[in-house]
Design a protein around this ligand. Structure first.
Ligand code: FES
Ligand code: FES
Length: 188
């Protein structure tokens, strides 16, 4: 199971790799473009992007998927969390070129035909958000948890969202909403 702590560890490694790639691109000359092809929210997309562009920048600037928020841009806050090949990742620490060939799910991919996803409905019902800035990342972490564990405990929810910082302090309601969404999914 990928917990928030594991995720932060993995992302620190990715940050190191990112810094490394920045250094080598500086050393090796100007930024270059590369063609990437991936699936985002079930649709295949192809673009020529700068090799230093992050996945978060790619989603927001190239695809206009601005539901993915960028808070710290340094792998610390979790607001940019998306799901890549089934695992939650911090999209500010993943290069767009690293996402080529992968399947990415963002907050925009959860609702269908104008209906909120049950996790989103539970967040609304349980007041699990205030300003909402952390919410897309928080919901993607919860989605990844429920995909692999349909009966999470409060502790499971805490561990899976411990890399998602909420300045408004909505944590208790996030737990309630997640448990409720899990119960509803199990009875539907
Ligand atoms: S914006 Fe990516 S972890 Fe903060
Ligand atoms: S709801 Fe405001 S930062 Fe979480």
């Amino acid at each position: 199971m990928t917990t928030g702590k594991t995720r932060r560890f993995l992302h620190r490694r990715m940050r190191t790799r990112k810094r490394g790639s920045r250094m080598s691109s500086r050393e090796n000359g100007p930024e270059t473009k590369k063609r990437i092809a991936l699936t985002v929210n079930g649709k295949k997309v192809e673009r020529d992007i700068h090799n230093r562009m992050t996945l978060a920048e790619f989603l927001r600037e190239e695809l206009d998927l601005t539901g993915t928020k960028v808070g710290c841009n340094h792998g610390e806050c979790g607001s940019c969390t998306v799901i890549m090949d089934g695992d939650p990742v911090l999209s500010c620490t993943v290069l767009g070129v690293e996402a080529s060939g992968r399947e990415v799910l963002t907050i925009e991919g959860l609702s269908s035909e104008g209906r909120l996803h049950p996790i989103q409905e539970a967040f609304v019902e349980h007041d699990a958000l205030q300003c909402g800035y952390c919410t897309p990342g928080m919901i993607m972490s919860v989605k990844a948890l429920l995909d692999r564990n349909p009966n999470p405990t409060d502790e499971d929810v805490r561990k899976s969202t411990d890399g998602n910082f909420c300045r408004c302090g909505s944590y208790p309601n996030v737990i309630k909403a997640t448990i409720e969404a899990a119960k509803k999914a199990n009875h539907s």
